[in-house]
Design a protein around this ligand. Structure first.
Ligand code: ADP
Ligand code: ZN
Length: 610
């Protein structure tokens, strides 16, 4: 291990160990070898280029797509005692002059720039000012923005292809959380990387608890999830702006500090809501999926999808915003077969429908209806083998799903009901008939007289809806693409109904039913959750969070710039009594200890005094 890097990590960040591949990624910079680093969200990419900048003399340039993120990153660095600055269009003329002077004097080790400042028309002679500053490496953050195959293509990133020619001696390094090989190849080609060292991390996020629920009653389901996360940060993704506005308003009415966020809001409102979230004036952001890169709160404890995203890549990306600090977080996908139809209609309307899109949709549909470990499914999808038996962090492994006895028999009952109603009704109606509901819609069509009426009356309507979703994903049923989709049998479905073949391996699952006579309880606590709260004094933790908020307000910075939750929990576990002991706590660097150490020690003492 490089002792200089180790020392820098401890002194500036208060970290003792490297996350997987961080050390290798840092070594590439120190060795001036081009590199492409692919780590999942929360994997610690920023440190990969920040730490070596403090070991190597000279200036490291960081290209970053979002000005708001840039400012927070630089604030955090400066708060840790790292000489860093940013240069972008948001700076005033005075600030620009100050940064330019600082560059001339070689005052910075890291400079964050937007792509158009660096190579675009808006460069205003910026490059010329850089040359004396002795640039030693260039880090391109969110490098997938350069690729049209990625999920967030930004045309201004394309211009970064010019960097190689402009800085021939300087090593180039790309960082992304996008795992697909195609995007990786594209990044290397577009940036003109020379024999880059490729480092690709594991995409499993063991601290995330994944759950999938058929969407039955959205508001009730949200209430239940929010009930487990009172006062914590979360994101709720919706598929339409209208739904975002309606849910945010409803949540606010019920006393949740929630804000809407979507492209239809005026810029000022959007920024205000985003800032409120970052500054802990709001706990929940309700957003369309287009939103997200601006959300850099590392303590997001839950991400709910109120509808299915259009691919597992999107789901990975969006749910991955939870738990970036490494602490437990929950990702819930609430979906129904109608979501997939909606995507198809939308993509067709935009002229974006293709075989590839169909495949991507099928893949996420499979995930949603899957009966098995979610972690295993997700990493498997991204080409990784999952070796743990029981992840302890998904609805399947936590025993929240129950497999149905004789799934083929149940499947036949459903298929036959779809046939009986003439393949002219949707999932809700079919479920009602199977459960023996005397709803008006059933009675007026005399569907209570069908032989399939009440065939699954021991199951709830929600359960039967769930089975139908699973049969759709299995390709035994299909749905028409209309506004009110109708269920129909596929060829495979017809074969199964005719008793040809047994469909080995077919499994159907439902949410585990609470034992008779007991009140409904929430889900079991996951292992990650139990472990990360072990021995933590919760009251003290809350007190420290309040202190952090006060300090942040007084300084006009987001709270996480002071300390991450990980550090506060560690303090509330170890209860250090001296500055020295405090400095040994995970995430407390030398500068921070000097700066705010006494305030935190006082709070810990007070809490011990009662
Ligand atoms: P990414 O950009 O890959 O999504 P970040 O760079 O934002 O991830 O890092 C996520 C979190 O992990 C941050 O809070 C960061 O301070 C923390 N972190 C990074 N490296 C380490 C480490 N070696 N030890 C402990 N925490 C780390
Ligand atoms: Zn699992």
């Amino acid at each position: 291990m490089n002792p200089d890097l180790q020392q820098v990590l401890q002194r500036y960040w208060g970290y003792k160990t490297f996350r997987p591949l961080q050390h290798e990624a840092m070594d590439a910079i120190l060795a001036r070898r081009d590199s492409l680093v692919v780590l999942p969200t929360g994997g610690g990419k920023s440190l990969c280029f920040q730490a070596p900048a403090l070991v190597r003399p000279g200036l490291g340039l960081v290209v970053s797509p979002l000005i708001s993120l840039m400012k927070d990153q630089v604030d955090t660095l400066v708060g840790n005692g790292v000489p860093a600055a940013c240069y972008n269009s948001a700076l005033s003329a005075d600030e620009k002059t100050a940064v330019s002077a600082g560059l001339r004097e070689g005052r910075y080790r890291l400079l964050y720039v937007s792509p158009e400042r660096l190579v675009g028309e808006g460069g205003d002679g910026f490059l010329a000012r850089l040359s004396p500053a002795n640039v030693t490496f260039i880090a391109v953050d969110e490098a997938h923005c350069i690729s049209q195959w990625g999920h967030d293509f930004r045309p201004e990133y394309r211009q970064l292809g010019a960097l190689r020619a402009q800085f021939p001696q300087v090593s180039l390094h790309g960082y992304t959380a996008t795992a697909t090989a195609r995007v990786r190849r594209d990044i290397a080609a577009q940036l003109g990387l020379r024999d880059p060292l490729e480092l690709v991390g594991s995409f499993d996020r063991p601290n995330l608890v994944y759950r999938v629920l058929p969407r039955t009653s959205l508001k009730r389901q949200l209430q239940e999830i929010l009930g487990r996360h009172r006062g914590q940060a979360g994101i709720i993704y919706c598929t339409s702006r209208r739904e975002v506005d309606a849910l945010a308003a409803w949540l606010a009415e019920t006393g949740v500090r929630a804000r809407p966020y979507h492209a239809g809001l005026p810029d000022a409102d959007r920024h205000r809501n985003q800032d409120a979230f970052l500054n802990e004036q709001a706990d929940v952001v309700v957003a369309t999926v287009a939103f997200g890169m601006g959300i850099d709160r590392s303590d997001v404890r839950f991400v709910v999808h109120a509808g299915a995203p259009q691919s597992l890549e999107h789901y990975q990306q969006e749910s991955g915003r939870a738990g970036r600090d490494g602490l437990e977080a929950e990702c819930v996908l609430l979906c129904s077969a109608a979501d997939f139809v909606k995507w198809r209609v939308m993509l067709e309307r935009n002229g974006e429908w293709s075989e590839a899109r169909r495949q991507l949709l099928r893949d996420i549909e499979r995930y949603a209806a899957g009966v098995g470990c979610r972690h295993a499914h997700l990493v498997g999808y991204f080409g990784e083998r999952f070796t743990r038996e029981d992840c302890g962090a998904c609805d399947y492994c936590l025993g929240e799903l129950e497999t149905v006895d004789e799934p083929v028999v149940v499947a036949r009952k459903i298929l036959s009901c779809v046939a009986r109603v003439g393949q002219r009704f949707g999932a809700a109606h079919v479920a009602n008939v199977l459960c023996g509901s005397e709803a008006e819609a059933v009675l007026v069509r005399r569907h209570h007289e069908l032989s399939t009426f009440g065939l699954l009356k021991d199951a709830s309507v929600a359960e039967v809806r769930g089975y139908i979703e699973q049969l759709l994903a299995e390709g035994l049923l299909r749905q028409t693409d209309d506004e009110y989709p109708v269920l129909a049998l596929t060829e495979d479905g017809v074969a199964l109904l005719r008793d040809e073949g047994h469909r080995a391996g077919l499994a159907l699952a439902r949410q585990r039913r609470p034992p008779k006579g007991t009140k409904e309880r929430g889900p079991r606590r996951s292992r990650v959750e139990a472990e990360s709260w072990q021995d933590v004094d919760r009251e003290l933790f809350d007190r420290l969070r309040a202190l952090r908020l006060d300090l942040a307000r007084a300084r006009g910075v987001p709270p996480y710039v002071i300390f991450h939750d990980t550090t506060l929990r560690e303090m509330a576990r170890l209860k250090p009594g001296s500055l020295e002991a405090l400095r040994a706590v995970y995430g407390v660097g030398a500068r921070k200890a000097e700066d705010v150490g006494e305030a935190f020690l006082a709070a810990i003492r007070e809490s011990a005094a009662g």
